[in-house]
Design a binder for this molecule. Structure first.
Ligand code: SAH
Length: 283
């Protein structure tokens, strides 16, 4: 059984966009999350320990039909999610179409499938999370704005969801994950969701990037380091963009554009809370 520990990032915080997830809110059907677990965006309970286990979520599943029905209902649920993303300012039709197509519920534990289309990060084991849908949509939109990248790297594949979304409109997607159990989960999830052949997934420390596959037209980092690793900046093609959360307690999304062979332009975007970028691998 995987270990689930807080924080339940990546989530954004401190931004004034609308959100539908609130602390203590429960879904109309499907499992109730245990007391203490907050599906809220992280402007609530950022540093509070929140005990949670998948065993509890499974045991609390009141409707065994739910997972079966999920396949039928998920198209409609994804439409609702995509409409909400539009209301929250996401405009890139490639990203929206990809998020309409990829079954996010197939990337989380069955006991959490009913919550898969809320605008919340959810635990995936090993103390990590599947990113909040808005975060995924926003990061990919920023990377792809006014361009069509051919080769994109994701550092921190987690359960594989964001890589699957990317693979819907980017020809070569590389993704790397440092936790072996999650790497295996991502591999299986991508296969189940029909995206496996489209994502080149590897197990390793993504802080070093993927030197054998350079240069990248885009790099998306899904975990927050104190500083963005320099090796990643070097692996960007000239004209390409990297987006990454940076910081520890106070984190911001940072956009870096490589504007020349030896020059990069940096801008600060939203306040966010992500799980930490860690060196090395975990078996
Ligand atoms: N992209 C995921 C989010 C996963 S959470 C999604 O689609 O929802 C961030 C992930 O980054 C975690 O799985 C964590 O293990 C991973 N990670 C952290 N540091 C890393 C590193 N140095 N190299 C690769 N993966 C890393």
């Amino acid at each position: 059984m995987s270990k689930l520990k807080p924080p339940f990032g990546p989530q954004r915080r401190g931004v004034s966009r609308p959100t539908t997830a609130h602390a203590g809110q429960q879904p109309e059907r499907g499992p109730r999350l245990p007391a203490g677990y907050s599906a809220a965006n992280s402007n609530t309970r950022i540093n509070m320990p929140q005990p949670f286990s998948l065993v509890g979520a499974k045991a609390g599943l009141p409707d065994p039909q739910f997972a079966l029905n999920m396949g039928l209902n998920s198209d409609r649920q994804r439409s609702v999610m995509v409409s909400r993303l539009r209301e929250q300012g996401i405009e890139d039709e490639r990203v929206l179409a990809a998020m309409q197509a990829v079954p996010r519920h197939a990337f989380v534990d069955q006991g959490l499938a009913s919550r898969a289309y809320e605008d919340a990060a959810l635990p995936i084991g090993y103390g990590q999370t599947i990113s909040q849908p808005w975060v995924v949509a926003h990061m990919l939109s920023v990377i792809c704005r006014d361009r069509q990248p051919v080769r994109v790297l994701e550092v921190g594949a987690g359960c594989g969801y964001q890589a699957a979304v990317l693979a819907h409109f980017v020809r070569e997607v590389y993704a790397i994950e440092r936790v072996r159990g999650l790497y295996e989960q991502a591999r299986d999830n991508l296969a189940r969701a029909g995206s496996r052949g489209r994502v080149r997934l590897s197990f390793g420390d993504g802080m070093a990037g993927l030197p054998h596959a350079v240069p990248f037209d885009g790099i998306v980092v899904s975990a927050a380091g104190v500083k963005i690793p320099e090796s990643l900046l070097d692996q960007l093609a000239v004209g390409a963009r990297l987006i990454a959360p940076e910081g520890t307690v106070n984190q911001k999304l940072i956009l870096i554009e490589r504007v020349g062979v030896a020059s990069w332009r940096r801008s600060e975007l939203e306040n966010v809370r992500f799980v930490p970028l860690r060196p090395g691998t975990q078996n």
